[in-house]
Design a binder for this molecule. Structure first.
Ligand SMILES: [Zn+2]
Length: 399
């Protein structure tokens, strides 16, 4: 840890218990408002690469939270910066994009079904909840009696490209830009999905690649002895799936998409699979990547041609369990009456962690499930609790 961040984490916050309790009361008073923002955002389709409509709505909603300027960047990121700018800033990020099992129509609203505290919609938790958390922070931090307490700037950033093949594009751009102007944030917090117990301080890395096999194809009876790209890839799939270790999780291999073939009655000319390699060990990921490339060539007969395309990299990184930022998050979790537990995930926090900037990922409160499916749900019964935790961590770092 740098001397800079050591000072930041050890210096005591100017916010006493009474002020913190008052802020938590405000978070609870805002619970219904927060859920309304979440529902509004979930209704706007934002698949990775097409986040702009939801981004404009986030920009509008952030503007309503106070007077701090809100900027939309060329990357598609939306940012609101609150507080004085003369000390290393704190960054809070929530990703704009959602995963949909079926492709949404970009101009048609996503069906959101609400029954009291329970809401069903793809992306309702991951990450409309995170975005609603970002808005809550924007409102809380800009209250006239809170703003003067801030001793460092808090950048509230809604990022593009966190899911799918987005390659953490938005977070990467933000940290590239800040490095270019010589600013090193004191810490970063990714706000992702619901939840109030886990503290992600280990970033699972990932490497994604597409393996495609091409051949002459032909009539499936007349040219019956021609080599078949799908058969070759079948071999590849069977063997690739055994390269990972799902129990130990140092590296996990999944074939996530596949396609190919031109006709029911033809030997295919083209077929492809996409592979998602994830893990906590950057060296294991690199070694499995090498094995996959070798395997792709091994299973492909000489009459066929194989091409391998890298689809993206998410760097791995980690913060020690006894790092002051992790300890701060643990105390904040205990303060809301919940037992904290450490978790590993692949989030926007991967980028700062891989660059040596202390970072964690926290949920934005409430319960949820079915993430990355059309059956995703969110339960707001205890929704405020996780946001109280978030406000505690942010105020401890920024005031
Ligand atoms: Zn997410």
């Amino acid at each position: 840890m740098s001397r800079l961040s050591q000072e930041a984490f050890s210096s005591s916050s100017t916010v006493n218990d009474a002020v913190m309790a008052m802020l938590c009361t405000r978070v609870r008073a805002q619970q219904a408002w927060t859920l309304r923002q979440q529902v509004t955002l979930a209704a706007i389709a934002a698949p990775t690469g097409n986040e702009s409509t939801r981004a404009r709505m986030v920009q509008q909603l952030l503007q309503q939270c106070g007077t701090a300027p809100v900027t939309m960047y060329e990357t598609g990121n939306v940012e609101c910066a609150v507080g004085p700018g003369d000390t290393p800033p704190l960054v809070c990020m929530a990703h704009l994009d959602s995963v949909y099992a079926t492709s949404p129509q970009l101009d048609a609203p996503i069906a959101v079904q609400r029954d009291g505290a329970l809401v069903h919609a793809p992306g309702i938790g991951d990450n409309s909840r995170g975005l609603a958390g970002l808005l809550t922070l924007a409102a809380i931090l800009q209250a006239p009696d809170v703003l003067p307490l801030l001793t460092r700037r808090v950048h509230l950033v809604a990022t593009v490209g966190e899911e799918g093949d987005g390659n953490l594009r938005g977070a990467r751009a933000w940290f590239d830009d800040s490095a270019n102007v010589g600013v090193t944030p004191v810490a970063a917090i990714a706000i992702d999905g619901p939840g109030d117990t886990s503290i992600v301080h280990q970033a699972a890395g990932a490497h994604r690649l597409r393996v495609a096999v091409h051949g002459a194809g032909g009539h499936s009876w007349v040219h019956a002895d021609a080599h078949n790209p799908i058969h070759a890839l079948g071999d590849f799939i069977a063997r690739a799936s055994r390269l990972g270790n799902a129990q130990r999780r140092d590296v996990v291999v999944h074939i996530t998409r596949m396609g190919g073939g031109e006709s029911l009655t033809a030997i295919p000319q083209h077929a492809w699979v996409e592979v998602d390699v994830r893990g906590t060990s950057a060296t294991r990921i690199a070694s499995v990547r090498q094995q996959l490339v070798r395997l792709a060539h091994d299973v492909t007969p000489a009459s066929l041609r194989v091409t391998i395309t890298a689809l993206g990299d998410r760097p791995a990184g980690a913060l020690a369990g006894d790092h002051p930022l992790v300890q701060l998050a643990q105390r904040a979790t205990e303060a809301i009456g919940v037992v904290p537990h450490a978790a590993v995930a692949s989030t926007d926090a991967n980028i700062p962690l891989s660059r040596g900037i202390p970072a964690i990922c926290l949920g934005a409160g409430g319960d949820g499930g079915g993430a990355h499916t059309d059956g995703e749900w969110y339960d707001d019964t205890h929704g405020a609790r996780g946001l109280e935790r978030l406000v505690r961590v942010v105020m401890a770092l920024a005031s």
